[in-house]
Design a protein around this ligand. Structure first.
Ligand SMILES: Nc1ncnc2c1ncn2[C@@H]1O[C@H](COP(=O)(O)OP(=O)(O)OP(=O)(O)O)[C@@H](O)[C@H]1O
Ligand SMILES: O=P(O)(O)OC[C@H]1O[C@H](OP(=O)(O)OP(=O)(O)O)[C@H](O)[C@@H]1O
Length: 207
């Protein structure tokens, strides 16, 4: 039987998931000492690649990997409805609408919202029946209302430190986020036992 191929989101997700994988019996020594390596095929039964979160579904959709490990923020932004398999219970945070204390959520003028997540933002404002202009930015989102780029932001909050340190406050809570394990449907048939075993071990490890 060929090895299970997993695309793991590098960075924060990788750091949070490695202990969970290890508790499930997966040897992560090579990833822990990776330096600039991106592919790990030393183990006989599980191979890993490290990719950016938004690329996980690209590898999964094209069958380049069997399993993806990625935040639900990214799955939701990419409108994934096919693959949700297991909530790993790490990477917990939430989407909020935030701005300066002067912001008036009921202002009549069409609002400008800065975010890394335009689809989630669009869906939220559509749901509450408000037409807004969305500016897509790639990071340091909290800056936008401070320098007049936008009226408010939609972004991820975990501890609230970044909002606090930039004198921003929460005006609405949109949705919860956590790290998910997603499986390619064809791989699910081909590697049924191996995937079921991994999911069962991860479910036990995360408790
Ligand atoms: N403050 C946070 N607390 C907990 N989880 C977070 C937080 N910010 C992001 N995440 C989760 O971790 C995932 C990866 O975040 P990370 O910060 O490593 O990457 P990024 O900022 O999206 O991209 P980049 O690698 O370009 O900085 C996100 O997709 C989300 O699911
Ligand atoms: O509530 P906190 O615990 O302060 O976490 C929230 C911060 O974490 C994320 O940023 P990240 O560290 O990924 O940086 P970037 O998106 O600005 O690159 C998010 O975009 C917030 O800025």
């Amino acid at each position: 039987m060929s090895a299970l191929k997993i695309a793991l989101t590098k960075g924060r997700t990788e750091q949070q998931v490695i202990p969970l994988l290890e508790a499930s019996g997966v040897d992560c020594t090579a990833i822990r000492h990776k330096e600039r390596r991106l592919i790990f095929n030393d183990l006989p039964d599980i191979h890993f690649i490290l990719v950016k979160g938004p690329d996980v579904l690209t590898y999964l959709n094209r069958g380049a990997v069997d399993i993806g490990i990625v935040g639900s923020d990214i799955l939701s932004e990419q409108n994934n409805q096919q693959y949700d398999m297991l909530d790993l219970g790490v990477g917990k945070c939430q989407f909020v609408l935030a701005s300066t204390p002067e912001f008036d959520p009921n202002q009549i003028k069409r609002k400008i919202i800065a975010t890394k997540y335009p689809n989630i933002t669009q869906r939220y404002f559509q749901k509450i029946g408000e037409d807004v202009e969305i500016i897509k930015i790639e990071g340091s989102v909290e800056l936008a209302p401070l320098v007049g780029l936008a009226d408010a932001i939609v972004d991820i909050v975990e501890t609230g430190t970044t909002l606090r340190e930039n004198n921003l406050q929460v005006y609405a809570r949109l949705q919860k986020v956590s790290t998910q394990l997603v499986v390619n449907q064809l791989a699910l048939k081909q590697h049924q036992t191996a995937i079921a075993t991994l999911i069962q071990r991860l479910s036990t490890a995360k408790q």
